[in-house]
Write a protein that binds this ligand. Sequence first.
Ligand code: FAD
Length: 175
Amino acid sequence: MLTATDPDAPAPADLKAEATALGAEFPAPLPGLIAATEPENVQRWVLRDRPALKQWSKGRATLVGDAAHPTSPYAAYGAGMSIEDGYFLGVALRGVELTDATAVATALQSYEEPRKPHTARQVQMAWMLGKIFHHAPAPLRPIRDFVFDHTPFLQKMAGDSNPREINKQLALIEG
Ligand SMILES: Cc1cc2nc3c(=O)[nH]c(=O)nc-3n(C[C@H](O)[C@H](O)[C@H](O)COP(=O)(O)OP(=O)(O)OC[C@H]3O[C@@H](n4cnc5c(N)ncnc54)[C@H](O)[C@@H]3O)c2cc1C
């Protein structure tokens, strides 16, 4: 279950009780799944945001996926970008003599250069959506909800412009 937490707050002592309370109003089968889970198998991962890395590759090594650009779930695209990274890394290394360290380093640089701005924008968007959806101060929430309900803001941002960015990457892959 995904929930906004105060990163400085201590972890709940009884994770199963916490999960049970969080899941109580969800439809079946979620509450039943939680009830059937052994307490020692209820685990907690706190989501952290990290500023974009300036450099992904060094010598013959590079990063892909969350290691390069950890993305909070609000983009629903972290796994998608990881798969894209794999494709673009493969393209960059195609035909490269792997024993030639200079050629490999050049190929890795050509892989990461176009990936960095795209992934950084998506990570930033996910961070911002997380803030707006889950961390808006209480007095601002009615204004936020009004804007979401009565203006094209959310549709434009998350429904139009962001998918357009993603489609550009997919077009490169299809090409
Ligand atoms: C709650 C939540 C919801 C999400 N929803 C979506 C979604 O709807 N759509 C989407 O596209 N993305 C989503 N994501 C993001 C997505 O899960 C990640 O971006 C994606 O899994 C990253 O893939 P990865 O292969 O880079 O890293 P990971 O999936 O983290 O894989 C890294 C692997 O390396 C292993 N490992 C670590 N250290 C070592 C080591 N020393 N030796 C060997 N193995 C090691 C780990 O065990 C792990 O299996 C979500 C993430 C969360 C947390």
